[in-house]
Design a protein around this ligand. Structure first.
Ligand code: PGA
Length: 243
């Protein structure tokens, strides 16, 4: 399977900054590299990203969406609008959606269904908290989040998974190779072959080579380190070389 690097910009980059990022990424990355890169801009900068990416193989997606395409949902973003703008992916259940915005597994399942109906690939994010890991609940938690999040998925329609331990996100504390390999092996058993499983949580160019060599690691979902073109590309290149 190819190795993918996806940048989750979170609430960073205005439309102008986003367009500048894409222009430099397009000139720095080869066509072959571009095909394995994805960016997740904040919704209000997505239009600028989509415009810059016309004709490029770099993919982009929403960071979150509502499960209905329209209606009385003040402040939400429609998956149909992402589709019309050219999104190929959308994150579902990122740790910050679960823990800061209190979204539930039931909400994730509906979002997965809505996205697949529009042929947008959902990237379902799962991961245990530090407490859950200390209490030996990691496997139960990530398996449960995966099964529930996919409970309304349409058989045969593509989706991706991202394993992101909550305690590793934005903390500089990357999971150990053993922890990553164990979690990915479990997720592989749950979803089967052919589903890209990304690792996320403090991925940087200094640790990506080690992680890219692990079984069942098909790429990375990168937060902080994806905000600078050179570092984002360096993560992709060091990972690719390490394989
Ligand atoms: P981080 O974030 O790389 O800054 O730890 C990863 C994520 O939240 O997807």
């Amino acid at each position: 399977m190819a190795l993918y690097c996806a940048g989750n910009w979170k609430l960073n980059k205005s439309p102008k900054e986003a367009a500048e990022f894409i222009q430099s990424l397009k000139s720095a990355a080869t066509a072959a590299e571009q095909a394995n890169l994805v960016v997740f801009p904040p919704a209000l900068s997505a239009y600028a990203v989509a415009a810059e990416l016309k004709g490029s193989a770099i993919g982009w997606g929403g960071q979150n969406c509502h499960s209905d395409v329209k209606g009385a949902f003040t402040g939400e973003n429609s998956p149909q609008v992402f589709k019309e703008m050219g999104a190929s992916y959308c994150l579902v259940g990122h740790s910050e959606r679960r823990h800061v915005f209190k979204e539930t597994d039931e909400m994730m399942a509906k979002k997965v269904k809505a996205l697949q109906a529009l042929d947008i690939i959902p990237v379902l994010c799962v991961g245990e908290t530090q407490d859950e890991r200390f209490n030996n609940r990691t496997q139960e938690v990530i398996e449960g989040q995966t099964r529930k999040g996919l409970s309304l998925a349409e058989p045969g329609k593509p989706f991706w998974l991202a394993y992101e331990p909550v305690w590793a996100i934005g903390t500089g504390q990357v999971a150990t190779p053993e922890q990553v390999e164990d979690a990915h092996a479990l997720l592989r058993r749950v979803v089967g072959d052919g589903v890209p499983i990304l690792y996320g949580g403090s991925v940087k160019s200094e640790n990506s080579a080690t992680l890219a060599k692990l079984n069942n690691v098909n790429g990375f979902l990168i937060g902080g380190a994806s905000l600078v073109v050179d570092e984002f590309l360096k993560i992709y290149r060091t990972s690719q070389e390490a394989r």
